[in-house]
Design a protein around this ligand. Structure first.
Ligand SMILES: Nc1ncnc2c1ncn2[C@@H]1O[C@H](COP(=O)(O)OP(=O)(O)OP(=O)(O)O)[C@@H](O)[C@H]1O
Ligand SMILES: [Zn+2]
Length: 726
């Protein structure tokens, strides 16, 4: 008896599709993958329903080409989660499944884990046979690991073990077994640190909520030992065979963070982020689903990783903007994680030194439990912070003489200095001295950024690259000057001033090659005087013990941004960067070079700290009815032709206004950067105190929007709880 199988396919259409299967319904399960033809393409989709053949025109249905899975594939919990995401973000469900699955599995790879050869102790060598030193070391290790070790694990510990292994095989002392490939364990665990009382208290409180949904904000100042709290909490769950999902932001932090977990816990830890190969990602996902991974550490999309026995979710640096995807499915991983923890009925911990206003708002409303670490761990203290007037800094390529003097002082003591400047490249403006021509991007409302190392101009918004001109294209003058500073310019200036000190530039350009970032981090951790110049890649989360001076250069621009979240982000960023100083035994100092030393923002942040700034910002937002007070959604549109995007959004607005709803509709207006990558962009804002009403209004009209003629000429999307209005 054949049946009808309803499939979610990755396409912009907001619907699922019925296909005919020759197999009986019993052979199908919700969550399996199937390959079908769709238009002229072959696609792989997820089964969302199995239906009996109705009277309905079955002959019009296409047949399924191939059933990929013979057993259940996506657990029911993930099915529900993805479908919720699709409804909440008003995004086509097929595309949501795409986001949730690792690439290999999305492309139809079989649901099979890689295996690997493991070596186990077969029998003790007889007393007469001679055992070499390396052979003995292997035997000692294998004795501790009765379930065996892979050659990779042995190699990490003992170096090349091939010949010793074959000798042992010949003596029939060790034997090979084929097992599912697990991550290499850390064979020598570090000693546990002695937790302080606040750390213990936090862990106890979290553990008190085992097996029930509860949200915690762990607010711990920079260097207060939050990571240690995560690790010790995980220990308890792992010992009870429960899995922990740990989300971290998309920055170069992974290696350092994962290493700390690996060296502290006897657990199987998998990593899911963009630096992991597609096949390793697939393996990690399958291990997690099978319960063979105890701890899953990953960036944004790892929030969808299935677990057979989930116990806890942790979100580190919960305020970080990389948790929000800014294209396609515009989901917020924190939001999805909260939803997931709730439906799994497990605790979730949000950790940060600088929590988002969203999270602080929930704490205020007593929806989240508040845990606090108010002191630096291990006896370190917070650095002293001072403002420096940026006078005369332009003569020294952006560095004031007081800042240079301070750098010199710290370097002389053989300490490290970190300079933070949130712009990569050499300079943000190239201008003709004669006719005032400026290098602008032809596709964006933006300036081209000078990258001297590569002798190019780059647009940081659309990726356009041009050769750095030698003469002005307008007037032919040869005096082209660059204005403003970027990491390259600071690097160059410092190299010239401090000739004997290594200057490490750490930004997206200098860390493109695999491992280059990890290698630089290694170099930094070896200690010795060095100057680190970097963007926000360097500002967050790192634990460099020899950095005693942090300098902030040119952070003023954010004070004048039109985005209502800019001040919040700046306060977070500055607090995070400041937190990189004095984390070891040596005291730290922070100098913020600004052209606006009197600006109330700086005064507040320095005198009262992040908490007070955040508190004030939150009151302001509540007063002005801005998120997190109330709910927002933004319709975005873009088109090659000017005004098309606005016209489309006017029509959308017209549709929305037809309903008698309490939702406020504002706009449409051109985006702050109207033209980007050759497209003109516009936004229509919806705002309401009632989340339900907002979503209902979108649901009511989204189909009609899809059918608008203009909707075929202009691209459009919906952004729920937008975090950027640019
Ligand atoms: N109880 C403790 N005793 C001694 N050292 C500790 C203790 N807890 C943490 N540490 C050490 O203090 C340093 C800072 O801790 P950690 O990196 O966990 O802080 P954090 O709160 O995550 O910081 P940030 O938010 O700045 O990233 C680390 O080197 C860590 O090993
Ligand atoms: Zn551009």
């Amino acid at each position: 008896m054949s049946c009808i199988v309803e499939i979610a396919l990755s396409c912009p259409l907001r619907q699922t599709f019925d296909y005919l299967s020759d197999d009986p319904a019993e052979n199908w399960q919700i969550g399996m993958r199937a390959s079908v033809s769709f238009g002229s393409r072959q696609l792989i989709g997820i089964v969302v329903a199995i239906k009996p053949i109705a009277e309905k025109a079955v002959d019009k249905l296409k047949k399924i080409d191939q059933q990929i899975d013979k057993q259940s594939f996506l657990p029911n919990e993930i099915m529900q989660l993805v479908q919720w995401v699709s409804r909440y973000y008003h995004h086509p469900v097929g595309e949501c499944f795409q986001t949730a699955l690792p690439k290999r599995l999305r492309l139809g790879d079989p649901d099979e884990m890689q295996t690997e050869t493991y070596w186990i102790l077969h029998q003790q060598p007889d007393s007469t046979s001679k055992t070499g030193k390396k052979q003995q070391q292997i035997l000692d290790l294998l004795e501790d690991y009765p379930e065996g070790l892979s050659e990779k694990a042995l190699r990490v510990q003992l170096g090349n073990v091939k010949s010793s292994l074959s000798a042992l095989v010949q003596q029939n002392v060790v034997a090979a077994r084929q097992y599912v490939a697990l991550p290499v364990p850390c064979l020598e665990l570090q000693q546990q640190v002695l937790l302080n009382n606040q750390q213990k208290q936090s862990i106890e409180t979290i553990l008190g909520s085992k097996g029930q949904f509860s949200t915690f904000l762990l607010q711990g100042i920079t260097g207060s030992g939050k990571t240690e709290v995560y690790i010790e909490t995980c220990r308890e769950f792992v010992e009870n065979q429960q899995q922990v999902l740990v989300l971290i932001p998309e920055i170069g932090l992974t290696t350092q963070f994962v290493e700390r977990f690996r060296q502290s816990l006897n657990a199987s830890i998998v990593v899911i982020n963009s630096s992991v190969s597609d096949s390793d990602r697939k393996q990690a996902w399958l291990l997690a689903r099978a319960g063979k991974a105890d701890i899953i550490i990953g960036t944004r999309s790892a929030v969808f990783t299935p677990m057979i026995n989930p116990g806890l979710i942790i979100i580190d640096e919960e305020h970080d903007s990389s948790y929000k995807q800014q294209d396609g499915l515009r989901y917020h991983a924190r939001n999805v994680a909260l939803m997931r923890a709730k439906s799994l009925n497990i605790p979730i911990v949000l950790g940060s030194a600088t929590p988002s206003l969203e999270t602080l708002y929930q704490v205020k409303q007593q929806r989240y439990q508040f845990l606090e670490l108010t002191e630096r761990a291990g006896g370190a203290s917070l650095p002293k912070v001072a403002l420096l007037a940026a006078q005369n800094s332009s003569e020294n390529n952006g560095l004031s003489s007081s800042l240079i003097n301070a750098i010199e002082k710290h370097i002389k003591q053989n300490h490290q200095v970190l300079l933070f400047i949130n712009r990569r490249g050499f300079a943000p403006v190239l201008m003709c001295h004669q006719c005032h021509w400026q290098a602008n991007c032809r596709s964006c409302d933006a300036k081209m950024v000078v990258h001297q190392h590569q002798n190019r101009l780059f647009c940081h918004h659309c990726g356009l690259i041009q050769i750095l001109p030698k003469i002005c294209p307008e007037c032919g003058n040869t005096e082209l000057k660059s204005y403003g500073v970027g990491t390259e310019k600071i690097e160059q200036a410092l190299t010239a001033i401090f000739k004997d000190v290594p200057v490490l530039r750490i930004d997206r350009d200098s860390t493109q090659r695999v491992n280059s970032f990890a290698n630089m981090v290694k170099q930094i951790n070896q200690g010795q005087a060095a100057i680190l110049v970097g963007t926000q890649m360097l500002a967050k989360g790192h634990d460099f013990h020899d950095v005693t001076l942090v300098g902030v250069v040119d952070a003023d621009q954010a004070l004048f941004s039109a985005d209502f979240r800019a001040t919040e982000s700046l306060a977070q960023l500055i607090t995070q960067v400041t937190g990189r100083a004095g984390r070891g035994k040596k005291a730290g100092e922070v100098l913020i070079q600004t052209e606006q030393p009197e600006h109330p923002f700086w005064q507040n942040l320095l005198q009262h700290g992040y908490e007070s700034v955040a508190d004030n910002l939150l009151s302001e937002r509540i007063q002005m009815e801005l998120p997190p007070h109330g709910f927002w959604a933004v319709w975005r549109a873009e088109a090659k032709e000017k005004d098309l995007a606005i016209e489309l959004l006017q029509q959308v607005s017209g549709l929305l206004q037809q309903s008698n709803s309490s939702v406020l509709i504002l706009g449409p207006v051109p985006a702050l950067m109207e033209k980007r990558a050759g497209r003109y962009r516009a936004q229509l804002l919806m705002r309401s105190a009632d989340r339900g009403a907002l979503h209902q209004l979108i649901d009511q009209h989204i189909d009609s929007v899809t059918k608008l003629k203009l909707a075929r000429k202009a691209r459009w999307s919906i952004d729920i709880d937008p975090t950027e209005l640019i």
